[in-house]
Write a protein that binds this ligand. Structure first.
Ligand code: G3P
Ligand code: CA
Length: 296
């Protein structure tokens, strides 16, 4: 078949449109919509990051299920918050020293049952860790995902792996992404690493990115230079509840950047941040946030 030759400049324009031109605007997040982000699933009630915790979060009406990712020894993405396994399994291994298959062979539901007798369920005894692809295979496009890349600068390869897995499981296709449940972006990516977020923005500018800050226990503040940098790649920021104050939320939102607050479980605190005008919260109790954000 004869191919039509495109002029060079037109080819460049088409390629930049498909792949994301340098300097692309950050992807849009919904206006005037408070997001309930189920932190590690409905983790106040079920083992964190487990399929039962994500199922419950979805049943409770969470807008997003939150996943933390660590890279394993064999370069796979595991759904786990900690880099060490002591808290969840009682062993002293590290995620980076195990293959995903080895990690998945370690049960952590039994310890959850022992430590949380009020929440224990015999079904949890066999729960072990998941790979990102296990969660994507289980939920597909039926939920929206809010995914954190932990320690992404150690390998510099997490961004590529996340995009690869999300594409393989049909969560994102070619840009721009199709909306997910509730008309929301089906995927939001978050990290404390600016470099990682920049790499993601270069690959997929259509995915909303959230820059996380800790503020080390101090009141939240960002210099105007930092805010200008954020405006180049981030749709929002994620900040700790203890550092959050109304003046800062207003200042950041006034620069076109959304504010999500972590991790808020107390009912009065959730109400306070809704009233403050936050754009969303991470919570272990998505049922409470869904109810309050609906005016209940
Ligand atoms: O991702 C931000 C939020 O999840 C709170 O942080 O430590 O639970 O990942 P962390
Ligand atoms: Ca997280």
């Amino acid at each position: 078949m004869k191919r039509t030759q495109l002029p060079g400049f037109l080819m460049t324009v088409l390629l930049l449109t498909a792949c994301g031109a340098p300097g692309s605007e950050p992807a849009a997040l919904p206006d005037d919509r408070f997001l309930t982000i189920a932190h590690r699933g409905a983790s106040a009630y079920r083992p964190e990051h487990s399929i039962p915790a994500y199922l419950l979060a979805d049943e409770m009406g969470a807008d997003y299920i939150e996943l933390d990712l660590q890279m394993t020894k064999d370069g796979k993405l595991a759904v786990i918050h900690d880099s060490r396994l002591d808290r969840l399994t009682g062993t002293d291994e590290r995620v980076k020293d195990l293959t995903l298959a080895e990690l998945k062979s370690l049960p952590y539901g039994k310890l959850f049952n022992e430590e949380h007798p009020d929440l224990a369920d015999s079904d949890y005894a066999g729960i072990s860790f998941s790979g990102l692809i296990d969660v994507l295979a289980r939920f597909g496009t039926s939920v929206n995902y809010y995914i954190e890349l932990k320690s992404p600068d150690r390998s510099g390869k997490m961004e590529e792996a996340v995009i690869r897995d999300l594409t393989a499981y049909g969560i994102i296709g070619d840009p721009p992404m199709e909306p997910g449940p509730g008309g929301l972006p089906p995927i939001i990516l978050q990290s404390f690493s600016e470099d990682s977020l920049m790499r993601l923005h270069e690959k997929r500018p259509d995915i909303p990115l959230i820059k996380l800050y800790s503020f080390k226990g101090n009141a939240a503040d960002l210099h105007s230079d930092e805010i200008r940098k954020l405006q180049n790649y981030a749709s929002g920021i994620g900040i700790p509840a203890g550092s959050t104050h109304a003046g800062f939320v207003e200042k950041i939102q006034g620069r076109g950047i959304d504010v999500h607050i972590f991790t808020v479980n107390d009912e009065d605190e959730i109400r306070k941040f809704i009233d403050m005008g936050a754009d969303g919260i991470f919570t272990d109790r998505p049922d409470v946030a869904v109810r309050l954000s609906a005016g209940g």
